[in-house]
Design a protein around this ligand. Structure first.
Ligand code: G6P
Length: 590
C-alpha cells in the first residue's frame, strides 16, 4: 500500500503535504514525491528512502520559485510494480508534463493500456504511469481536465485511489475503487488523503468516499458517481481521534507509545453500546456456521477467540486466514456468519474474503479500528475498536482491543456480558503496573538476546495464540527468526533446532502450567534458555516475568511483555520498530 495526500487552499501546500506524508509513512516508506501546481509548469521533487528526515527547507529549495503554492499532491510508496527508484516514485507525470498523478492500488490492465498508448514514451516501470499518460491522451480530444479524468477512470481495472492535478486548471481531481480515500474540509481548505492522520492537525471534519465515486475540488467540493456522473450529497462527519493520539509525543517511537497506551485503549474498546453488542450476539446465536477471519495479528486475535468461544460460550467457531477463506466457499450458506477482524479494514485478502462470503449471502460483522474503512462499509454490523490511530506498522494496542471485544462477545454469548466486562476492565487496569514492574528486566533481557538468530515461543490453550502473536512481533520488528508453537508441537520436529542457549519463551496459564513446564524441562535438558511468562515462577525458568492471573483475560496481559521485548530487541539491533523493512501497515495487494 502507499500513502496519498493532496491539498488545495492557502500558500502552504509544501508544508501541509510534507507533514501529511510524514504522518502517512506507516503506509509505505520506500520512496516519496511531491508535486505542486506552479507557473509556468508543475514543480516536482522525489526521493528514495523515507521522508522522515527531509526538511521543509530542502523541499522548498526544490519547489518554491517565489510563486504561491496552493495546490499540490504527495505520495509515499510501498513498491509493487517496479523497483525502488526515483523514476518509479510518484507523482507521475504525463509525457507533456501537464498533469501529475498519485495513486495507491494496482492497475491490473496497465499493460493493455500501455499498448494503446504506444506512441507515448513511458519513464517508469510502474503500473501507475498509465494514468497520467491516459489522461493526457484523453485531454487531447476532450480539451477538458475533468472530462478526460472521468474517461481515464472508466478505463482503469483493478484498485485505485487516485488524485490528479493539471498545470492549466485550479482543480484537484480524485477517484477511488478499492483503495481508501478520505477528504478533510476546513473552511476554504481541502485535503484528500489515504487516511485521516495525514491532515488531522488541520481538521477533524471528514467525508469518506465510496468505491466508484470521483470528484473535484474547484471553487467548491463536488462528488459524483462514476457510473452515471450524477452528483452525490455526502455527509461531513466529525472524527473523535485527536492529534496527540496520532503523534509520538515524548516517546521515541510509536510502537512503545502504543504499547504503553493499552490500559486506555482496552478501556475504550469496552465502551460499546450494549444494544450493538447484543445485536451482534443475537446474529451469532442465530447463525449456522460462524467464521472468524483475519490476517496477521488480527488472525491471531481470532485464534485466541476460538478458545474463548469454546470455553465460555460453548459455541463452535471456524477460524480461517483471510487469504485461504475462498477454499471454504462450499460450506457457506445464507445462514452463515462471518466475523471479519481487521485494524485497518482495508487488507485486500480480507476484503476479497468478505466478497466471497457476501456472494453466498453470508452476513458480515466486522471488528475494525478505522471508522470509514472499506470493511466497515461492507458489513451488516460493525464494532469499532476505538483504539485510536495505530501508527506503528506492527499492531500492539489494536490487538489487545480485538482480544477484548472478542472475549466480550464470548461472555455475551453465554449471557454473562457484565461479568466479562468487569474481568476485562480489571485486567486492563493492571497493564501499567505490569509494564512498570518488568520494564528494566525486559530491557536487560533484550540486551542478552539481541544476537540470537532463532527464538521459540510455546503456549497451550489460550497461551498458544499469544505464542503465535509474540513470535510475529519479534520477527516483524527485530528481524530475529521467531516461531510460536502449541506446547505439544515443538517436540514434533522443531526441538531438533534447540541448541545450547537457544531462547524459548514459555507462556503458562494456571490451567496449562504443569504441561508447559514439563515441555520447558524437555527443552532445557537440550540446552534451551527458558524465559518463563506466567503467574507462578518455576525452577526450570532461567528468566522469569510475572504476569498476574486474570483467567480468560490472560492473553490481554501475557502479550504485553513480549511486545516490549520485541520493541527493545529492535532498538538494541538498531532497527526502526515503527517502519520495519518490507512491511506495510495494511496490505492492499493480494
Ligand atoms: C499487515 C501488518 C500486520 C497486520 C496485518 C493485518 O501485514 O503489517 O501488522 O496484522 O496487515 O492488518 P489488518 O489491518 O487487517 O488488521
Amino acid at each position: 500500500m502507499c500513502g496519498i495526500i493532496a491539498y488545495k487552499g492557502k500558500d502552504k501546500a509544501i508544508s501541509v503535504i510534507l507533514e501529511g506524508l510524514k504522518n502517512l509513512e506507516y503506509r509505505g516508506y520506500d520512496s516519496w514525491g511531491i508535486a505542486c501546481k506552479s507557473n509556468p509548469s508543475i514543480v516536482l521533487t522525489k526521493g528514495v528512502g523515507n521522508i522522515g528526515e527531509v526538511t521543509e527547507e530542502e523541499i522548498k529549495s526544490e519547489l518554491y520559485k517565489g510563486k504561491p503554492l496552493t495546490i499540490g499532491i504527495g505520495h509515499t510508496r510501498w513498491a509493487t510494480h517496479g523497483g525502488v527508484t526515483k523514476e518509479n516514485a510518484h507523482p507521475h507525470q504525463s509525457e507533456n508534463h501537464r498533469v501529475a498523478v498519485v495513486h495507491n492500488g494496482i492497475i491490473e490492465n496497465f499493460e493493455e493500456l500501455k499498448a494503446k498508448l504506444k506512441n507515448i514514451k513511458f519513464k517508469s516501470e510502474t503500473d501507475t504511469e498509465v494514468i497520467p499518460q491516459l489522461l493526457q491522451y484523453h485531454m487531447e480530444s476532450r480539451k477538458d481536465f475533468e472530462k478526460a479524468f472521468v474517461d481515464t477512470l472508466k478505463e482503469l481495472q483493478g484498485n485505485y485511489a487516485v488524485v490528479a492535478i493539471d498545470q492549466q486548471s485550479d482543480k484537484v481531481l480524485f477517484g477511488k475503487v478499492g483503495s481508501p480515500l478520505v477528504i478533510g474540509k476546513k473552511e476554504d481548505e481541502y485535503f484528500v488523503a489515504s487516511d485521516i492522520p495525514a491532515f488531522l492537525k488541520h481538521t477533524n471534519q471528514v467525508i469518506y468516499l465510496e468505491d466508484g465515486e470521483y470528484g473535484s475540488i474547484g471553487d467548491s467540493l463536488k462528488i459524483y458517481k462514476l457510473s452515471n456522473n450524477q452528483i452525490i450529497n455526502k455527509d461531513v462527519q466529525t472524527v473523535d481521534w485527536n492529534l496527540e493520539q496520532a503523534q509520538k509525543g515524548e516517546y521515541p517511537h510509536f510502537m512503545i507509545k502504543e504499547i504503553m497506551e493499552q490500559r486506555d485503549s482496552i478501556t475504550r474498546a469496552l465502551e460499546q453500546k450494549n444494544s450493538n453488542l447484543l445485536k451482534v450476539i443475537e446474529m451469532m446465536k442465530k447463525a449456522k456456521g460462524i467464521f472468524l477471519v483475519g490476517c496477521g495479528t488480527s488472525f491471531h486475535a481470532c485464534v485466541s477467540a476460538s478458545y474463548n468461544f469454546s470455553h465460555i460460550a460453548k459455541a463452535h467457531v471456524n477460524i480461517v486466514l483471510a487469504s485461504e477463506f475462498r477454499n471454504y466457499e462450499e460450506f457457506l450458506t445464507d445462514e452463515s456468519l462471518m466475523i471479519a477482524v481487521s485494524q485497518s479494514g482495508e487488507t485486500a485478502d480480507l476484503i476479497d474474503a468478505v466478497k466471497v462470503a457476501k456472494a453466498k449471502g453470508v452476513k458480515i460483522i466486522s471488528l475494525v479500528n478505522v471508522m470509514g474503512s472499506t470493511l466497515k462499509r461492507m458489513s451488516d454490523e460493525s464494532l469499532l475498536m476505538n483504539a485510536g490511530p495505530e501508527i506503528c506498522v506492527c499492531s500492539t494496542k489494536n490487538y489487545t482491543s480485538q482480544l477484548a471485544i472478542l472475549l466480550l462477545l464470548a461472555y455475551g454469548f453465554a449471557d454473562r456480558l457484565e461479568e466479562g466486562k468487569e474481568l476485562i476492565q480489571s485486567a486492563a487496569n493492571k497493564v501499567e503496573e505490569l509494564i512498570k514492574n518488568n520494564l528494566d528486566k525486559i530491557k536487560d533481557l533484550a540486551k542478552k538476546l539481541k544476537d540470537n538468530k532463532n527464538m521459540f515461543l510455546i503456549g497451550r490453550d489460550l497461551a498458544y495464540p499469544s505464542a503465535l502473536e509474540g513470535a510475529l512481533k519479534i520477527k516483524e520488528v527485530s528481524y530475529i527468526h521467531a516461531e510460536g508453537f502449541a506446547g505439544g508441537e515443538l517436540k514434533h520436529g522443531t526441538i531438533a533446532l534447540i541448541e545450547e542457549g537457544t531462547p524459548v519463551i514459555t507462556l503458562a496459564t494456571p490451567e496449562t502450567e504443569q504441561l508447559i513446564n514439563s515441555n520447558a524441562i524437555e527443552i532445557k535438558s537440550r540446552g534451551g534458555y527458558i524465559i518463563g511468562i506466567g503467574s507462578k515462577k518455576h525452577e526450570v525458568y532461567d528468566f522469569y516475568i510475572e504476569v498476574p492471573n486474570f483467567k480468560q483475560a490472560n492473553p490481554l496481559l501475557m502479550i504485553v511483555p513480549i511486545q516490549l521485548l520485541a520493541y527493545y530487541l529492535a532498538v538494541e539491533r538498531n532497527c526502526n520498530p515503527d517502519k520495519p523493512r518490507n512491511l506495510a501497515k495494511s496490505v492492499t495487494v493480494r
